[in-house]
Design a protein around this ligand. Structure first.
Ligand SMILES: [Ca+2]
Ligand SMILES: [Ca+2]
Ligand SMILES: [Ca+2]
Ligand SMILES: [Ca+2]
Length: 309
């Protein structure tokens, strides 16, 4: 009841506000929740520190679009739950995410970092200042000055193991110039599986992707000091797209791709990226009943106000 009322409220304002230059698979847009003041998220692939996250804002397959074949995937084949959070400049000013993928068969065979997308794999596409357009802007190919496509992939020692993320699960792609990988050094990421140690051919696997990154309004090949760091604030709309790659057969590799974008192309151009509104800590209800839990009706009013700005 409550969820339906919320979605109806969001729809009515979304239809009036959003007209061009983005593509949301749910037709509305998505929400990232400010991490409560007394919560610290540890990037360890364990969702114990996400119990506060209001499940109304968890994104699943029903709010996503399958890009490759426009097919609806059975949830026994691939299911997903995506939670996105943020902190402002009063804290560490980062984007946080936890993505739980439940898959009947795991495939992680890539030995080339740029080709991780052929496996079970997660793409996270960022355009913090919602500029849209090609990730490279008007610059040299592969610079990713205006937008970025990161990948998270189960690190497999000897096969897929990057120098980045903390456990080798993080990589900026595709075909980017070497100098821009400084951005990856800022990422914290961890990918775990349940059961632990799952690998290609394992069945009924849960893959947990947890990450934290700073966002950039402009990224220079000359490093962070010459780049413009984005400052997260409640009420902002950023462009952020998740694309979950699905492979069940090591010969066929990727067959499907579940996205928050409503069409293909976000991997290179954020004119078709999905949008996330940053909700402040007082604009949602804490699922764990912890400190800062908002009054329900007040929460709706603030969400509507955010949309009609
Ligand atoms: Ca954690
Ligand atoms: Ca599957
Ligand atoms: Ca941008
Ligand atoms: Ca799979």
């Amino acid at each position: 009841m409550r969820k339906n009322a919320l979605i109806a409220a969001m729809l009515s304002v979304a239809l009036a506000s959003f007209a061009w230059g983005q593509s949301n698979a749910n037709g509305i847009g998505y929400f990232a929740l400010e991490v409560p003041a007394n919560v610290t998220i540890t990037i360890d692939g364990d969702d114990g520190d996400w119990a506060w996250f209001d499940p109304i804002f968890t994104v699943g397959p029903d709010e996503m679009y399958e890009i490759q074949k426009a097919e609806v995937l059975d949830k026994s084949d691939l299911d997903v739950a995506i939670m996105t959070a943020w902190t402002g400049t009063d804290r560490d000013n980062r984007l946080y995410g936890f993505v739980r993928a439940t898959d009947d068969t795991l495939v992680v065979t890539s030995d080339v970092f740029d080709d991780g997308w052929r496996d079970d794999d997660l793409e996270i596409i960022t355009d913090a200042n919602a500029s849209g357009g090609p990730h490279d802007g008007d610059g040299e190919s592969g610079t990713r000055a205006e937008g970025q496509q990161f990948t998270m992939h189960l690190p497999v020692p000897g096969i897929y193991e990057t120098p980045y993320g903390g456990d080798g699960s993080w990589w900026l792609r595709w075909q980017v110039v070497e100098e821009i990988h400084w951005m990856d050094e800022f990422a914290e990421s961890r990918v775990t599986t349940n059961p632990p140690g799952a690998t290609t051919g394992s069945t009924n696997v849960t893959v947990n992707y947890e990450y934290s990154i700073p966002l950039w309004d402009y990224a220079s090949l000359d490093g962070a000091d010459n780049s413009i760091r984005h400052e997260n604030e409640a009420g902002q709309i950023i462009r952020l797209t998740y694309q979950l790659n699905e492979a069940d057969n090591p010969e066929d590799r990727r067959t499907h791709q579940l996205a928050t974008a409503g069409e293909d192309g976000a991997s290179g151009n954020c004119d078709v990226c999905s949008e996330y509104t940053l909700l402040g800590a007082d604009e949602y209800d804490r699922a764990d009943g912890g400190e800062g839990t908002a009054v329900e009706s007040e929460s709706w009013a603030k969400i509507k106000a955010t949309f009609s700005d």
